[in-house]
Design a protein. Structure first.
Lengths: 326, 326
């Protein structure tokens, strides 16, 4: 009789054999907030790590309604047809079906869900982006150990989630619609600046002309930014998930980008930068939590804020006093 | 015979009497990095604090060439004519005359420099924005204690200096030129979003028509943002420092804004928020410095980054190890 909780070693073995059930179970353990799971989770990650890092990680973002699910369905199917194993994960700190996370609604990706070479996993739940992002980064390691060669990380772009996805992927694709009029929004939130490519989706039927026009416009907007630090100038394309048009061209673009990045060693350099970013981010977030959640500080902070509001201390004096308490 | 280094008490007394020489000396002591000055500096700030906070603090930004110095000359002179005492400070972390800081070149503000009711002080030097901003905030306290009713904080907008100035002022004015084509730049860097008003300068002669057009365009752009949290919708105006046109209208706008903000208590609420922001900012920056400058951490950090780059640890594992060392 099989144990309900398989050991970390057992799970790792089956993950390395490419067993999707084991992969799912292991991700559930990693996502668990139960204390009893944390040792197992750590062990699985440790075991999988030497087999990780060999994939291409692609970030995909776009507002609800842009057609992300249909796009990923087509894009993922194209890749599996090419013999690749494709995992689809999501970063959505507000995760729930009603909030529009495509992965909550797997029925929109009928083909891919049934495909044995595809693995689809909804976003970890949780309200802190940091927490959700960490779980996703750990899930990437497990998927890579299970032999997934392309990892797609999808986000609906709540809060800073695009920034999180951008900093865990090798290529960042922004899906857009023609005439949505949200160019300013994209510039303002810094999303345009993060994109390695913009694909205008729903470039079909009556919409085709507008999509081509939008392509020109986004292209011009992209040229206002300096080239990326690897010299890459982001590209704009049109596609139709509905008619399965332009999807192949997007993959060709990404494939070229990645092979060039590997040739110039930018690929590894970029991943190293991302690792360092997450390391520092994790440290700094813990330093703050430890400080502000200290009961002595909590009480003294209220007191100092009172003095500030009464004009009886400067923020710098108050900071010194608080820092002196630890 | 007068001592070369007057005591904190002496300096405070003379500051409270409105003595500009004492004010200058005290600011120099505050800006000093010499250890021997820090006790005096703290004492002066402590003594001045009960007499501070009564001014209106106005932030002014704009790219070099927009005419900030001529604008401040006219604007400041208008205020002194109205019987107000005006102090002009600057936040410029790259401070040096060659970098275009207007206050380095006082000759551009001939009238204001000679005016006994005006006090002009170049930016504190220093390469860290945090350091420069802190000194400026402390200088504000001293100027207020010396009876300055309007404090103008100017910045040329290097790095994040607009954000710093925005978070220490009650009203943030963005100076622009017609047809400069840097709208995108302003949106991208979030400066448009911070502005309480935009003034198109050099609206004179052949430039007048273009300035009026720019006014309409910036107005439209501003309406794409949600109203500020006090319900304020930023305004756009035109002015000419050269012809002394539109300057009075800008002051009228600011005066109305401030009196309304005081009526609704938003004024104090906003200053409280700013104080809290600077408090947390100072704490967090020190927590990080203390951690990263710890020699044990410095060494271990290099080691962990090595493991990360070799794919032998996750950023989260490395963070745990480093945090465990303190």
């Amino acid at each position: 009789k099989r144990s309900i909780s398989p050991s970390a070693e057992e799970l790792t073995q089956r993950i390395l054999q490419g067993n999707n059930t084991a992969l799912s179970q292991a991700i559930t353990i990693i996502e668990s907030t139960a204390k009893k799971h944390s040792t197992t989770a750590e062990a699985i990650i440790k075991n999988c790590l030497p087999h990780a890092n060999k994939s291409v990680r692609i970030g995909i973002t776009g507002v609800p309604g842009v057609g992300k699910s249909s796009f990923i369905e087509r894009f993922g199917s194209l890749l599996t047809e090419k013999g690749k194993k494709v995992a689809v994960l999501a970063v959505d700190p507000s995760s729930s079906v009603s909030k529009g996370s495509i992965l909550g609604d797997k029925t929109r990706m009928e083909e891919l869900v049934k495909n044995p070479n595809a693995f689809i996993r909804p976003s970890a739940s949780g309200t802190s982006l940091g927490g959700v992002a960490r779980k996703t980064r750990e899930a990437i390691i497990l998927c890579e150990a299970a032999g997934y060669e392309i990892i797609i990380i999808e986000t609906v772009g709540v809060g800073q989630s695009e920034t999180a996805v951008h900093s865990m992927t090798d290529f960042f694709l922004l899906l857009k619609l023609a005439g949505a009029g949200d160019e300013l929004q994209g510039i303002k939130r810094g999303i345009m600046e993060m994109a390695d490519a913009i694909a205008i989706n729903k470039a079909d039927g009556e919409n085709l002309k507008a999509a081509k026009l939008a392509k020109t416009e986004f292209n011009r907007a992209l040229h206002l930014y300096p080239p990326k630090d690897n010299g890459w100038i982001p590209k704009t394309l049109t596609c139709s998930a509905l008619e399965n048009e332009g999807i192949k061209e997007i993959w060709d673009l990404i494939e070229n980008y990645i092979s060039e990045a590997k040739e110039t060693h930018y690929f590894q350099h970029h991943r190293n930068q991302q690792n360092k970013f997450w390391l520092l981010q994790t440290i700094e977030s813990r330093l703050k939590t430890d400080f502000y959640e200290n009961p002595t500080i909590k009480e003294a902070l209220e007191e100092q804020i009172g003095l500030l509001n009464a004009g009886k201390a400067t923020p710098f004096q108050a900071a010194e006093r608080l820092l002196g308490l630890t």
